[in-house]
Design a binder for this molecule. Structure first.
Ligand code: TRP
Length: 440
């Protein structure tokens, strides 16, 4: 059984940056624009923001609280808090979700690595809109190359967990994340000066309420879970490392604001460019990979900008894959009662993930299915489970104790939180499920 984790983050800012490193990743820069583009732009944005407030805040808080109170990762936390094994299925669900996400997430990371190598060789120079699209298709269908780059990312992530140098990476990302943000601000500035960028701005910010369909709502909910890393126990681990006197509500709000800002910034870069260059916003998963190189061609220092951006994107992806793989590794390690040590667990998880990667590279259907099923079904289910666990299963005193134990949270806010946890969030998730399968 794992030790209770000490408050390993000396500073509160350190923990916020680490959790933000997990949250900010390909979900913000790759997935958000493509899902928003497929689901009507402004209509999607407004539903997404509502989800971030309504689901994101209570659920990020819940995972932090579970970790902070139990001092354990997803595997031991539920047992620790209620003293029996009845909620162990939830940690299985968390592990399985992490595993399936890794299958396609590493493939997209492989695309990023591939684009970084090409940016280094100045390969996008002089490619027009159609050439960029066929270029992506050629990259993605080059099976040996994609498997190689994706597995390289697995090895790198595995190495970080093997040598337990997560802290080093987090320190590194404390410098690099602001740099990524700065880079994105510059790109947004450049894109907004393009002719026709206002059409993209209207697409992204103007809400056409008739476009809000059950599918849009479902996709927005899924994207919110995916982008904030909730519903699969990843944040429980960060909660376990949280200094005792850190305010859970404030920390959650800060992480959520950071994550949402990066997503909106990505939209501000992609959509004006999509319309200025004549791409299709509903292009699908390749959207940012065809649009970004076109943007760099318009920038001064285009080689440097593209190398820097794809390099930073790879690092942002890495901080997220570390947090994903950590869930699965801790699970294997603890579920085997320590018989499989950390290193062996890393090997087993990496090997299994590589098999999944090959399947995703070979078949777009598998890729899309994993992407869709994890975000829209498994993470909401995991979140539902955690609401039930904290809101209903723990004795009321337990939930309140957890909430107010380390002070900082205001009473009225705590009341709203508990009501959200017991009623609003579970009801909303169930309604959205029913609505999307056409029952309502
Ligand atoms: N949130 C990350 C992103 O936006 C992806 C991610 C990392 C994740 N860890 C997670 C998603 C845990 C769900 C659960 O790219």
């Amino acid at each position: 059984m794992a030790e209770h984790k000490q408050a390993a983050f000396s500073s509160k800012v350190g923990l916020i940056m680490a959790a933000a490193g997990s949250a900010v990743g390909l979900g913000n820069i790759w997935k958000f624009p493509y899902i928003a583009g497929e689901n009507g732009g402004g209509a999607f944005l407004i539903v997404y923001l509502l989800c971030v407030v309504g689901f994101g805040l209570p659920l990020v808080m819940t995972e932090f609280l579970i970790g902070k109170r139990s001092g354990r990762s997803a595997y031991g936390a539920f047992k620790e808090l209620n003293g029996n094994n009845r909620w162990q299925w939830l940690s299985w669900l968390c592990m399985l979700t992490a595993f399936l996400i890794m299958g396609f997430y590493f493939v997209v990371t492989g695309w990023c690595v591939s684009y970084l190598t090409e940016a280094l060789g100045n390969a996008f120079h002089d490619l027009d809109t159609t050439a960029l699209s066929s270029h992506f298709a050629a990259v993605a269908s080059d099976v040996p190359r994609m498997v190689l780059f994706s597995c390289l990312a697995v090895v790198l992530t595995g190495a970080v967990l093997w040598f337990e140098v997560n802290k080093g990476i987090e320190r590194l990302s404390k410098i690099l994340m602001p740099l990524l943000l700065l880079m994105m601000l510059l790109m947004a500035g450049r894109v907004l000066m393009l002719d026709g960028s206002n059409i993209g701005m209207r697409f992204f910010f103007q809400t056409d309420f008739t476009k809000i369909t059950p599918k849009v709502i479902m996709e927005a909910m899924g994207q919110c879970f995916f982008s904030l890393s909730i519903g699969m126990g990843a944040l429980i681990t960060y909660g376990a490392y949280m200094p005792k006197n850190q305010n859970v509500a404030r920390t959650s709000v800060q992480v959520i604001i950071l994550d949402t800002l990066v997503a909106i910034l990505a939209g501000l870069i992609i959509f004006p460019a999509v319309f200025a260059f004549g791409f299709d916003p509903a292009e699908g998963p390749q959207l940012v990979f065809v649009v970004l190189p076109a943007i760099f061609e318009q920038m001064s220092f285009s080689w440097l900008s593209s190398v820097l951006f794809f390099g930073l994107l790879c690092i942002a992806a890495l901080t997220s894959t570390i947090s994903l793989m950590e869930v699965a590794v801790a699970f294997v390690n603890e579920a085997s009662n320590g018989k499989l040590n950390r290193q062996k667990s890393v090997l087993i998880v990496s090997a299994c993930v590589m098999v999944l990667i090959v399947l995703c590279v070979l078949s777009g259907t598998v890729f899309d299915a994993l992407d869709e099923v994890t975000s829209c079904i498994m993470m909401p289910l995991g979140a539902l489970g955690m609401c039930m666990f904290v809101g209903w299963n723990l004795p009321k005193k337990g939930t309140k104790g957890m909430l107010y134990a380390d002070r900082g949270i205001r009473h009225w806010f705590g009341k709203i939180y508990i009501a959200a946890l017991r009623w609003v969030v579970p009801a909303a998730i169930i309604l959205i499920f029913l609505n999307s399968i056409g029952v309502l």
